[in-house]
Design a protein around this ligand. Structure first.
Ligand SMILES: [Zn+2]
Length: 193
């Protein structure tokens, strides 16, 4: 458990945050921005998250963990070499979730927790919705996974996706990030946002 120490302006302690948090989901660990591996997930076959339709309000989206992970693994296997450390299009322009009402023409999006430590990263990666995260949310993930983040959305998303896949399947070298893409944040001067 974490003590609420934020927001106290005059007596801010040196250590603001404890290392361990209350896991926000059964599939999340007690570390910030870290999900369990597939082996640790064991009985969890389906992961659900909340979405919102402009016409019909909130609804639930569920993903089969194995199926979705296989899909994303294949996608990475077929494309990674050509991406050069940048996220490909389906990651930068994520497909919206599909409303559960027939013939709906509303605009749908997934709901991402405003509390950063409660962001459902597994739901986001399986649905390939990570691209809906704000720069601050991506920065948060990178910070807690010791990934350099220079503000480039393309590079940030690339790292976040591969790192999440690596958390799910730590032995899979396909998800390793080439050290040249992990160089110091200031090494890239382009502003690809
Ligand atoms: Zn709808």
């Amino acid at each position: 458990m974490e003590k609420a120490v934020m927001g106290d302006n005059f007596s801010r302690p040196t250590v603001l945050k404890t290392m361990v948090i209350e896991p926000p989901y059964p599939w999340a660990t007690d570390q910030r921005a870290r999900v369990h591996s597939l082996t640790q997930l064991k009985g969890i076959r389906v992961v659900s998250g909340k979405a919102k339709c402009s016409d019909h309000g909130h609804f639930t989206v569920s993903y089969n963990v194995k199926e979705k992970f296989r899909e994303i693994t294949e996608f990475i296997r077929n494309g990674k070499e050509g991406w050069n450390g940048w996220a490909p299009q389906p990651w930068t322009i994520p497909k919206p979730p599909v409303c559960n009402r027939k013939h709906c023409r509303g605009y749908c999006t997934v709901i991402i927790s405003e509390k950063k430590r409660a962001i459902d990263w597994l739901f986001l990666v399986l649905g390939q919705h990570v691209g809906l995260c704000s720069p601050a949310q991506l920065r948060y993930f990178c910070k807690h996974n010791h990934l350099p983040y220079n503000g480039s959305r393309l590079e940030g998303l690339y790292k976040v996706y591969l790192t999440l896949c690596k958390q799910l399947h730590p032995q899979e070298t396909l998800f390793d990030i080439d050290p040249i893409f992990l160089a110091s944040p200031s090494s890239s001067s382009e502003s690809k946002t």
